[in-house]
Design a protein around this ligand. Sequence first.
Ligand code: SF4
Length: 728
Amino acid sequence: MVVQQQIASTTCPFCGVGCRLDLHINGNQISHATTPYDDIVSKGNLCVKGRFGWDFIYHPDRVLKPLIRKDVGAMPRARPPSDARPPSLPRKPARRDDWRAASWDEALDLVTTRFADIVARFGPDATAVFCCAKATNEDNFALQKLFRAVIGTNNIDHCTRLCHAGSVVALQMAIGSSAMSNSGSDIYDCDVAIITGSNTAESHPIIALQFKDAAMHHGTKLIVADPRRVEMVNFATLWLQQRPGTDVPLFSAMANVIIQERLCNDEFIRQRTENFETFAKAMEEFTPDVAERISGVPAEKIIEAARMYATAKNGAIYWALGIPEHTHGTENALALVHLALLTGHIGRKGTGLNPLRGQNNVQGASDAGAMPWDFPGYQKVDDPEVVAKFRAKWGNAPPPKRGLTTTEIAEAWGAGAVKAQYIMGENPLMSEPNLHHAHHAIENLEFLVCQDMFINETGRYADVILPSASFAEKEGTYTNTDRRVQRVRKAFESIGDVRADWEIISDVALRLEKKLGRERTAYWGYEHPSEIMAEMAELVPAYAGITYERLETERLQWPVSSLQSPGTPFLFAESFPRGRAKFFPLVYQPSVEEPDAEYPYALTTGRVLYHWHGGTLTRHSNLDFAAPEAFVEINPADAPRVPCENDSPVRVSSRRGSVVLRARVTEKAAPGVAFVPFHYAEAAANTLTIDAIDPQAKIPEYKICAVKIEPATLQDLEATMPLGMMER
Ligand code: SF4
């Protein structure tokens, strides 16, 4: 019998590049994945994740029915009259046989009964939700609407807080818009690009291919600023190897050179910016010599980089998490913004300020309002006029005050202020800093529901697991790092009893409205996600012209202001959303925890090519065979100090915890700097990281803390298992 093969044209579910993925289907089985040569994003290439990583869909660990913990009922567990959970009743991670399968009706009834009870006893702000940067725009729009319109809280956030929050706040302060101004492929129109805090080749591989091609064949000069010898260094004209945490002095010294050598674009500064004089005064102290002493980058290299960027016809800046994930992440990003404002390298093709977004839909989840300070479309929750607008549409909206951020919500678990938590697809017990602290905090929750494909480290603490459809089993849209809204298409019928996230949420909303005695005003009768997109387009001006019909033939980059608008490939040609862009004087602040005699290495964390974030998906795929084990990179000069050799087990410890993993002795790590990838639960990097946060953006300092490294044994290595797995 000849099986008819079909192709479902969808979007890659991994990184923010957003390559088109053509899934070749036999029945319910994907046979392979390709991308067309004329695809505007992928240009015919897929990285290993897009090509082979989708087989997590068929993994036997996938949850295919709703699950309820056996000791959970409709009423809270026995507790004393005070509301504090007694010490004898902490939530513990569940073992496999602690769960029982349930019907959707029973599971959703339990979820809504417990949420209604907690709202009735403690008010809406005793609940919180983590939306999901891997889910669609429609899923995220529906989930934030559930919590705002039905429950009435702004305690809504997602992993953007843990990656680019510093970039978002800085860009909002300086120009009034936080998305990438240009596209990755603009590199071909760029003479000089600064790439910083970005291991582009492993985190955004297809954009990296274009960077390499532009550098090798099209004359683009790359300035790579990174403490690690990442792969992009091989293609760079200039490598600035700064010490971790010294970005402000490094980039401010470049600003100093541009001002001192009169390389500024005076007309641009005069016509389109404000506060230049005050800023220029503050930059005087950041001479190249001062920056060399702090950052370790030779002064002459700083001067050369400043001249190269300032005198380019088109200069662009691309950055990733190495910039915002600091206690001064907002200032780091501002230091980059200043370079573009000084030179006028913005508002044209081949220029711009470009924070490369990590997950496939972190841009879209933010656009859809999955944030505590913003309704959909970055409309401020504390603006009474905005609140009135959403109340008019939905019948209900929270009072005009900001909600808690991801890190504040985790604190509120421990303090007992947040008692019921809803999590769609995220895994805070891998992504929060200082994981031991987060594990203790989550034990204090009264009720936890996880909506996911797998039971991850956080799911083990859940009362109810709601099984969700994969990207290949549902319709929707993602918005990639270039602001490009792209279709996600159902390739085959769902496996088991799973449902699309937006369907689950709509069902929860209808039941919860009833249990809370709310009069039904918000619409929840969606039959297709295109209806959710239509509602989003009505409320979000940048999405006003986006429809599913148009997305059949167009790959629109927002803002798309009307049905006639072709979208906007680059921003700020004429003006900035805040009017004039603003310079901010900066001062250098050292990182919270610098290496010392007891903890002599600076730890930095990041990604590897084969895995994605907390590993929930990629560690359930064949990719795990290619990269099965955690490691710590250390410089050959440091290995004798441990002492250790390549591949030998070592224990890495900070003031918060320790992990055992294998040493990888490599020149990629700078002397005195260690690198640990954050995908491996059995050696979770965030056991080590510090929970100090940027006061403005509330983003934790993942990119530097102090650690020590000691020899360990193979027995130590074999004994490691993830936090929360101890009782399995
Ligand atoms: Fe998918 Fe990103 Fe790889 Fe493209 S670069 S195939 S979007 S993981």
